[in-house]
Design a protein around this ligand. Structure first.
Ligand SMILES: Cc1ncc(COP(=O)(O)O)c(C=O)c1O
Length: 406
């Protein structure tokens, strides 16, 4: 049966080695639906000029498209428009926070808490800032199942903690973090709470009024939007008190020979010419997601996720990491006994099955789990049970190719 969601993705219609492409690496980046490709094409064909610069009709249309995209993101997050900062990606959003908020609010002896699940993008910026100011970096550890126990939250998030930065969904294990508990505890001790939503935004409805966090970050390209556009959302009073991260054109109020003053939010954080085409694509991606609805997305993805876990769990010589219990989305991590993950991925590629192999930019987590590398199959709303069957069939061949009997 033709899947009406998958058919909206031109890239997924192609064949590789004569076989239908099976894309199971959406945790790295998603593919784009036709609606997003059309919106970006329309912008460059009809409305492209430098936003906020041209006092002519075309320039005003470019500004309207860019600021319209911001309004779309704000309503998607249930936030105010001024609280939405466009960046290149989640990594840049988190660096902005670390260097602007972190360098100016943390001092020697303060504590910053992250979890061992963090992607390097939500770890290294905090390491750097802690080194620079002499603050201490503390980890919330998981059990072998990848779950952060309640006691860990109570024990580590205590007086003296100034910031807690945590991933919403683990990019390796696909597990949803206990954000409600972590954020409540962070606020109880007076810490600022940062949520890395890079892996949750495509799967879960984000509402900044309900999440009880102070900042959140995500990348457009994991959310069916173009590469090179990301978002930082922050509480207005916190953003207003922060100095700019990057300086230059379009972020100033007035400039004299020796100093300058800053534009109000959000321009203060958007120095230089912005990726308006990317922002327009992100707005189109959000409209596309909303036309499907998170309820449908979650239902489809849960079905495929569970099927994926169960099919792989049945196979001999495969070890799965994490747990299928609890709230879960997006990814399943595994290894094939006796085979390096890179070899697994290369062999699957001969069947046009794309999975990621390596440390997944989460080396401390892999070390914590006693691993050097693993494979990850990650899903998006366009994936189907047939994709899982293709993966499972191809996985049957892996050990045989390498000379094992079974
Ligand atoms: C949990 C998490 N955070 C942050 C990032 C960084 O995203 P980007 O490379 O788009 O900046 C990723 C990317 O995989 C991720 O999975």
């Amino acid at each position: 049966m033709t899947d009406t969601i998958k058919t909206q993705f031109p890239l997924l219609q192609q064949k590789q080695n004569g076989k239908p492409l099976v894309y199971l690496d959406s945790g790295a980046t998603t593919q784009r639906p036709q609606a997003v490709l059309d919106a970006v094409k329309h912008f460059y064909e009809q409305d492209n000029a430098n936003p906020h610069r041209g006092a002519y009709e075309l320039g005003e249309r470019a500004t309207a498209a860019y600021e319209g995209a911001r309004a779309q993101v704000a309503s998607f997050l249930n936030a105010q428009k001024e609280e939405v900062i466009f960046t290149r990606n989640a990594t840049e959003s988190l660096n902005l926070l670390a260097y602007s908020w972190g360098l100016h609010n943390l001092k020697a002896g303060d504590k910053v808490v992250v979890s061992i699940l963090e992607h390097h993008s939500n770890l290294i910026p905090w390491q750097q800032v802690c080194h620079a100011v002499g603050a201490e970096l503390i980890f919330l550890y998981t059990g072998q199942d990848g779950v952060i126990p309640d006691e860990e939250i109570e024990k580590k998030i205590t007086k003296g903690v100034k910031l807690v930065a945590c991933t919403h969904v683990s990019n390796v294990l696909g597990l949803v973090s206990p954000v409600e508990k972590i954020a409540a505890r962070a606020h109880e001790v007076g810490a600022v709470m940062v949520l890395d939503c890079a892996q949750s935004a495509p799967h879960l409805k984000l509402d900044v009024q309900k999440l009880n966090v102070d900042f959140l970050a995500f990348s457009g390209h994991k959310l069916y939007a173009p590469l090179g556009i990301g978002v930082l959302w922050g509480r207005r009073e916190l953003l207003e008190a922060m100095p700019p991260f990057l300086t230059g054109g379009d972020m100033i109020d007035s400039v004299r020979e020796q100093d300058a003053t800053w534009a109000p939010l959000p321009q203060k954080f958007e120095a230089g010419t912005q990726n308006a085409g990317g922002a327009v694509g992100l707005a189109a991606a959000i409209r596309w997601i909303q036309s499907i609805g998170y309820e449908t997305i979650e239902k489809r993805e849960n079905d495929v996720y569970r099927y994926l876990w169960d099919e792989l769990a049945k196979m001999p010589h495969i070890t799965l990491y994490g747990t299928p219990e609890g709230q879960h989305c997006g990814a399943v991590a595994f290894n094939v006994e006796g085979v390096h993950p890179h070899d697994v991925s290369t062999i699957l590629d001969a069947d046009a099955v794309c999975v990621r192999a390596g440390h997944h930019c989460a080396q401390p987590l892999l070390t914590h789990l006693g691993l050097r590398a693993c494979c990850r199959a990650s899903i998006a709303v366009y994936n189907t049970r047939e994709d899982v069957d293709a993966l499972a069939n191809s996985l049957q061949k892996v050990r045989k190719w390498l000379g094992y009997g079974t």
